[in-house]
Design a binder for this molecule. Structure first.
Ligand SMILES: NC(=O)c1ccc[n+]([C@@H]2O[C@H](COP(=O)([O-])OP(=O)(O)OC[C@H]3O[C@@H](n4cnc5c(N)ncnc54)[C@H](O)[C@@H]3O)[C@@H](O)[C@H]2O)c1
Length: 482
């Protein structure tokens, strides 16, 4: 009888021989050797990892910090709107807020200009000046009678318009994400610091009702120390992305053709980053991303355009589900998920995990608190708690916001707050550092994905100011805190 050692030796050599010769047939004659066939096949060599691209380093500051930036009060806020798809909603919010003047409208599509003028008419406002040329946004920024530019154009135009607006002395509020690359993020920071103009990203999800209420609960200490948060943008956009009438020149599909990564991190990240004091007491240190391959766009394109269509056959770069983990300098973590191509319900997660409790928004708003945190609060207790901790901003402007609308009201609350802060000369709730910190995930997640999910440093765009900055307070209009 063979010893166990001899048996293993033979099996090992058998396995090696198979690996070297690739000739399996000769090995099946003896029982011992066939045993070695049960070994998994040799792992193919890994593809060599490309060198990590270098991320632009932080250079010395050339202007003055824009953290907590206060500018001269503007009793009547004069605004111009560039891009009037999503921008039409912002126009409606402005037109329904006192102390504003709508000076100019800029879009390439006549129907959108007409719709915008109708919004003004309905709100009893005079018609605005119209700009329809490809580069007319420059003329709009150059006008002397405008205080703030509302930039709701496709992604590629966010940075050029924001930079030009600030250089022309205007405040600028730009849709999400505010930038797509780290070097563009630095350009926005440097220009805001040099010009001392507000450069806000219009992250509306920070103003949704449950998000604001959980912020209030967090500030009151209900969850203890919040050490983990999760957010997402899970929204089935296959139809909008793949139909020619969806987005202007199909800009969103074009991005999915050329890029992987998470191009839309800010809806999920913004609210949890504010609650977890990112840039105000904590700072994101590094991230790591992982993504599935893509099925959604190809299979949906097959249905829309047929199996052999160019849309169905295209090798889209963006995976269906991208998950990015962020690690902060204080040892907290955040998870951000992106999926716009799967047949799944809308979801932004909004999960908070603290030392004393837990909150989650989707698929249903729920709270769990120590010492009974193994169960969610019962319906009546939950409702009572939501009422008790309703954010003062919800109480102050929530009803009007719901009436005017825009994603259930959060869009109006955001625009109303922006106008209010400009009128009073207060710092904005979201500054340039927030906008770029939440947006830089776009390029950095792609770099991580292209490098087998290796971790990538996240720049500190505040250049150290996060250490002394105060967390965003709970805004109580009855006793304004600034
Ligand atoms: N925060 C949110 O909830 C939310 C919702 C939708 C869209 N968005 C963001 O808003 C932005 C616009 O999205 P959308 O859905 O309105 O896209 P869209 O394609 O429907 O509209 C873009 C508009 O920009 C105009 N435009 C393009 N180039 C222009 C130029 N050179 N000068 C002037 N106008 C120009 C187009 O004519 C079009 O009307 C994107 O950044 C998107 O991410 C945010």
């Amino acid at each position: 009888m063979k010893t166990r050692r001899e048996f293993l030796k033979k099996s090992l050599f058998g396995g090696l021989a198979i690996g070297m010769t690739g000739d399996l047939s000769a090995m099946t004659k003896s029982g011992e050797v066939s045993n070695s066939l049960m070994q998994p096949p040799p792992t193919p060599p890994r593809s060599p990892m490309p060198p990590m691209p270098s991320i632009p380093p932080a250079l010395p500051r050339t202007g003055k910090s824009a953290m907590g930036l206060r500018c001269d009060p503007i009793p009547e806020v004069r605004a111009a709107f560039i891009g009037l798809g999503r921008g039409g909603g912002h126009l409606n919010s402005f037109a329904n807020t006192e102390g504003t003047k709508i000076v100019a409208l800029c879009d390439l599509m006549p129907a959108r200009i007409e719709n915008a003028q109708n919004i003004l008419k309905k709100a009893g406002r005079p018609q605005a000046a119209v700009y329809t040329g490809e580069e007319d946004w420059k003329k709009v920024c150059e006008r002397k009678d405008i205080d703030v530019i509302i930039n709701s154009t496709p992604w590629e135009l966010h940075v050029p318009i924001s930079l030009y607006a600030m250089k022309c002395g205007k405040h600028v509020a730009t849709e999400v994400p505010i930038a797509l690359t780290v070097s563009d993020c630095w350009a926005l920071v440097d220009t805001a610091e040099q010009t001392q103009r507000h450069c806000m990203m219009l992250e509306n999800c920070c103003y949704d009702f449950f998000e604001l209420t959980t912020l209030n609960m967090a500030r009151k200490g209900l969850f203890g120390e919040i050490f983990h948060g999760e957010g997402a943008y899970i929204h089935d956009l296959r139809d909008l992305k793949l139909k020619k009438e969806g987005y202007y020149k199909m800009w969103r599909l074009e991005y999915s053709k050329k890029h992987s990564g998470d191009p839309y991190p800010t809806h999920g990240l913004g609210p949890i980053a504010q609650i977890m004091n990112i840039n105000r007491g904590d700072s994101i240190d590094y991230l790591s991303s992982m993504s599935t391959k893509q099925y959604g766009l190809s299979s949906y394109a097959e249905k829309l355009y047929g199996e052999g269509s160019p849309e169905a056959k295209f090798a889209y770069k963006m995976g269906d589900i991208t998950q990015t983990m962020l690690h902060t300098v204080t040892g907290h973590t955040l998870l951000v998920v992106h999926d716009t191509s799967s047949p799944v319900p809308y979801d932004r997660i909004h999960k908070l995990v603290g030392t004393k409790g837990y909150a989650i928004k989707y698929p249903e708003e729920k709270i769990a608190l120590d010492p009974h945190a193994h169960q969610f609060l019962k319906s009546d207790d939950f409702k009572a708690m939501m009422k008790q901790y309703d954010h003062p901003l919800n109480k102050f402007i929530g009803e009007k916001a719901k009436n005017i609308g825009g994603h259930g009201g959060m869009d109006y609350t955001m625009i109303w707050r922006l106008i209010y802060c400009l009128q009073k000369g207060f710092p904005l709730d979201q500054d340039v550092y927030d906008g770029v910190t939440w947006s830089c995930i776009t390029e950095l997640s792609e770099i991580s994905l292209n490098n087998r999910s290796n971790s990538v440093d996240v720049p500190d765009f505040t250049r150290g100011d996060w250490k002394k900055a105060q967390p965003w307070p709970v805004i109580d209009m009855a006793q304004v805190l600034f």
